[in-house]
Design a protein. Sequence first.
Length: 279
Amino acid sequence: MASSALRFNRFLPRVARLVTFRTRTVIPTAARYMVYGGLMTTAFGASYMFSSYRRNIATCKHTHEENIELLNRLRQLAPVIDAKKMLKLFIREFKKHGHEHVTEDFVVDLFTRSGIDDPAVAQHLFKLMDWNNNGRLDPAELAATFTLFQVGKPVTRYKFLFRCLDLDESQTVDKNEFRAFLTALLEAKYRLSGLKNYKEPDELYKDIDLGEYRTIAKIKANSLVREIYLFADQNRDGELSMREFLHWCKRGGATVNILRDILTNIIDDSLAVDELEDS
């Protein structure tokens, strides 16, 4: 994709020189610059549209049926996969090598060592999380996939969630870490099951394409994180400790229920998040 756009852009100056030469004796200088500028604008616009089209095609590699198959596979794997072991392996590699980004090969290897012997599952999840299709994931994006394999009581899930958020093991989680994690998790689930839900009319999500899912996930994540820190951050330092987070979770309430549903409901997380606007 990049090479095609690059070759196209390198061709532009030659075309522009040709236009300028042919029109030099006919069109005044100012008009020639207008022609040249219009040509460059149109050509660069076409190049950008071509590149964007290629990116959009690349992100739509899995059909709805394939996503449903993945969901069924996740349900089968969740009870038998040790999500804590998976997280420990990743944190060990993360601290050892200081990964700013992780590759698909790394994810497949990590999943294999965690007991997932089907590389297709890891590859499918990787592509779901790779929102910009650059072949790399941020650590928070990968950590979000671990929650798909965590089972147990809500308090067990909350503790595991905090450990996924606290990848640097600083014992605290700031808003940026929480937002990045939830954005990745929500977008992946939107890609798996869509945006529509029974609480809102279908037309609310009309004409929203796959490329806009991340924006919606960001808005939902920002709204949820704001609510969490408003009530859970007891000392108002902009960070949550495990104690503060678990105290807030045990207290309960509408926002806690939203977070719980996101962690437990793989099929339709939009049902949970959209309750925030009604609370």
